[in-house]
Design a protein around this ligand. Sequence first.
Ligand SMILES: NC(=O)c1ccc[n+]([C@@H]2O[C@H](COP(=O)([O-])OP(=O)(O)OC[C@H]3O[C@@H](n4cnc5c(N)ncnc54)[C@H](OP(=O)(O)O)[C@@H]3O)[C@@H](O)[C@H]2O)c1
Length: 253
Amino acid sequence: MRSIEGSSGGELAGIRVAITGGTYGLGLELVREFTGRGAEVAFVARGRAGVEQIARETSRAHGIVGDVSKKDDIYPIAIQIVGALGGLDVLINNASDLGPAPLALLGDTDCEDLERALTVNVLGPFRLTKALLGSLAASARQGRGAVILNVSSDAAINPYPRWGAYGASKAALRHMTNIWDAELAGEGIRFLSIDPGDMDTPLHAVAVPDADPSELKRPAVSARELADEIASVLSELRMGQKPTVDDCLKGAA
Ligand SMILES: NC(=O)c1ccc[n+]([C@@H]2O[C@H](COP(=O)([O-])OP(=O)(O)OC[C@H]3O[C@@H](n4cnc5c(N)ncnc54)[C@H](OP(=O)(O)O)[C@@H]3O)[C@@H](O)[C@H]2O)c1
């Protein structure tokens, strides 16, 4: 059985990873971290110029232009992911929306801002995961393991004033992740909800313009931690895999 090591041992060769929002912020660092460890990566963002630039600059990274909040984009995105990678082992729902910017009290939040936060942060990951579940289940059945990481936030748990739209959407995403994990862990498909910490990214700059960037976490550090966690879960899944019919036949030969 092939082992998967964390950054110390250094490789995720052959692992097929899809990342939403890979052109800046945490998503870009995830693209760099996973390709740096040898994974094949497909990433999605709305801005064509950014997608093309990152795909050009990064070996083993396939860029896809799409908007996870648009229902009609989901199947084209999913088909391009599976087409580019030939299957899928890891999905990272990272792209996110802040809600009103600047942040606002709930009583001053427009319904459209709450709706957009829910659409990008909950419905988008739900639809994309459903569209890719067959490919992820195939990986699980083949003993490769399958992991879905829904990037969370401490705002999913703490009722921070002015973070209502974002916090409510992240709370829903976190709960949905845990329910999905309870439903599918037995099939070898694991769902993770992880808070990457307060990072120096464009999203954070919009949310907290007065923050001192030097006091914030580097997104590359969070990307390394998330990749370590995914590598560890994939490794556990592979260690616990049931033998396939092929394995039994090989053993008998
Ligand atoms: N930054 C923090 O301190 C912090 C703290 C806790 C949790 N988080 C979470 O960490 C994750 C990454 O945050 P970040 O700060 O790196 O965000 P960010 O700086 O806003 O990065 C956003 C990325 O997502 C893409 N994107 C945005 N909306 C999209 C959409 N509808 N469809 C497809 N792609 C889209 C953007 O490209 P385009 O604009 O070209 O689409 C870009 O590549 C998010 O889930 C966030 O909630 C962040």
